[in-house]
Every structure is written in structure tokens, then in C-alpha cells.
Design a protein around this ligand. Structure first.
Ligand SMILES: Nc1ncnc2c1ncn2[C@@H]1O[C@H](COP(=O)(O)OP(=O)(O)OP(=O)(O)O)[C@@H](O)[C@H]1O
Length: 249
């Protein structure tokens, strides 16, 4: 194990950041007796504290890949590992440490925006759930919409509630499927700022599936999924040196 420290830092509380490792992952489906292979033998490591964009044509399998790396679905073959400190566990144990922003939001229709956002905290027994949810909704620009139900909100506003819900309990990893898909350019920029700043504040890993080249360019790493192959854009690598320095291997 090697520990790299920041200059002038005080030992020994090196931050132990987690990572997600996909090893030789393949995913295929049988549709009308025909086998459809999305990808084969794919390898990828996601580090806490880094941001990743996954781009590629519609139907390439980007959302499916996001579901696999977050442990919400299982691959046809291959292995997914969640590495924390010296421990390697299956991706199922990642569930309590992730915030997921779904393409279709998945907000609970009978709850207000405030209660949708407070829910993950309440489920964790946090007595300050409502205060934290209020602060998070204010951060995403919805301070005047807290008591509205999802059906009373526009698509873009529901998107922001979903983002607030994913960020509010400070998860180690955030997975976002088209997080700015329903937003105008100004709101998309604002939401991207919130996503990146919250991840930075909490040292969270961020993995986004997006068709927006502008959003992808803001990530530390860009991957393109096309015809079953995942290729890193090697001309684009903005890996955060500060976070890397604190990374424990
Ligand atoms: N559980 C499933 N059973 C059968 N086919 C599936 C399943 N999940 C995904 N697919 C198929 O896999 C393909 C890839 O879907 P996916 O949503 O991952 O693509 P995508 O790259 O995210 O597309 P988009 O950019 O349009 O959202 C699609 O043709 C989809 O119908």
C-alpha cells in the first residue's frame, strides 16, 4: 500500500477514498429469441472524488452501464467490486452510498418536493432531514416550490428535485442519467454547477451519462460507448491532482 500525502499535511489521517471496479463485464439480452449484446469484456475503474462523463449514440447501452456500475443491476458475466480501504465487496453493498438521478426522475407522486428530498435522510433516521432538504432545495433554486407535488412541477423542476434528493445525504458516488436533459441552457449550466460543486464539497465520485458535449467537457474523464466498446477520450484528462494526492491505493 502506498500513501501519497499533500505537502505540509499533518499525518496520519490520510483520506481513504473508495472506488468501483468493473472487470470483464458483459451485458446481453434476449429479445424475441434474438440475442442482443450491449457490450463485452468491459473494464472500468471509477474513483471517489473524480467526475466521469459517458457519451455515445442512443441505444449504445449507456444507461445500462450506469445501472451495472451502481450495483442496481447485474451483468450477464464479469465482476463488479466496491473497494473501500482494504476491503473489496460486491457492488450490492454500494447501495447505501450512492445517489442516483434517473432519466425519468422516479419522484414519489404523493409527496411534496420537500418530503421527496427529505425521504432518504428520514430513512437513515436523520432528525434534521427537513432542514437539510430545505437547504438543498434552496441550493437548486426551488425555495418557492417546496410544498408542491411532482405533478405541479415542470419537467425541469422535477429534474432539480431529483438532483436535490440524490445529493442531500452526501453519498460517496452520484450516478446521473442525463442530468440536464430536460433543462434550458441557463438551468442546465446552473444544475451542472450544483452537481460539480456538491461532489467537490463532499469528495464524491460523479458519473454522468449525457448527450451534451458541453456537460461532458466539464468532467475529469470522458468515455465514449459505441458498438459495445468503451473508449476513453485520452485527449481529455483533467484528473484532480489534489484528490489524487490524497488517494490511498
Ligand atoms: N432489461 C432489458 N431487456 C431488454 N433490452 C434492454 C433492457 N435494458 C436495455 N435494453 C436495450 O438495450 C439497449 C440499450 O439501452 P440503454 O437505455 O442502455 O441505451 P442508451 O445508450 O442509454 O440510450 P439513450 O441514449 O437513448 O438513453 C436498448 O436497445 C434497450 O432497449
Amino acid at each position: 500500500m502506498s500513501i501519497v500525502t499533500q505537502p505540509n499535511s499533518i499525518q496520519p489521517n490520510a483520506i481513504q477514498l473508495s472506488s468501483i471496479q468493473l472487470k470483464n463485464i458483459s451485458q446481453s439480452f434476449t429479445l424475441n429469441e434474438a440475442k442482443v449484446t450491449l457490450f463485452e469484456q468491459l473494464n472500468l475503474t471509477i474513483k471517489q472524488g473524480q467526475s466521469y462523463a459517458i457519451t455515445g449514440p442512443s441505444g449504445a447501452g449507456k444507461s445500462s452501464l450506469l445501472m451495472l456500475m451502481s450495483g442496481l443491476e447485474k451483468p450477464t458475466s464479469g465482476e463488479g467490486l466496491y473497494l473501500t480501504g482494504n476491503q473489496a465487496t460486491s457492488l450490492e453493498s454500494l447501495r447505501t452510498d450512492i445517489g442516483f438521478i434517473f432519466q425519468q426522475f422516479h419522484l414519489l407522486p404523493e409527496l411534496s418536493a420537500l418530503n421527496n428530498v427529505a425521504l432518504p435522510l428520514k430513512l437513515r433516521g436523520d432528525k434534521t432531514a427537513v432542514n437539510k432538504a430545505t437547504a438543498m432545495l434552496t441550493k437548486v433554486g426551488l425555495s418557492d416550490r417546496m410544498n408542491h407535488s411532482p405533478s405541479e412541477l415542470s419537467g425541469g423542476e422535477q429534474q432539480r428535485v431529483a438532483i436535490a434528493r440524490a445529493l442531500v445525504f452526501q453519498p460517496r458516488f452520484i450516478f446521473a442519467d442525463e442530468p440536464t436533459g430536460n433543462l434550458d441552457e441557463k438551468s442546465a449550466g446552473d444544475i451542472a454547477n450544483t452537481l460539480f460543486s456538491c461532489c467537490k464539497e463532499n469528495n464524491a465520485g460523479l458519473v454522468m451519462v449525457t448527450h451534451s458535449e458541453r456537460l461532458a467537457q466539464r468532467a475529469d474523464h470522458i468515455y465514449r460507448l459505441n458498438q459495445g466498446r468503451l473508449i476513453q477520450d485520452s485527449s481529455h484528462n483533467r484528473e484532480s491532482k489534489v484528490l489524487e494526492a490524497a488517494y490511498v491505493n
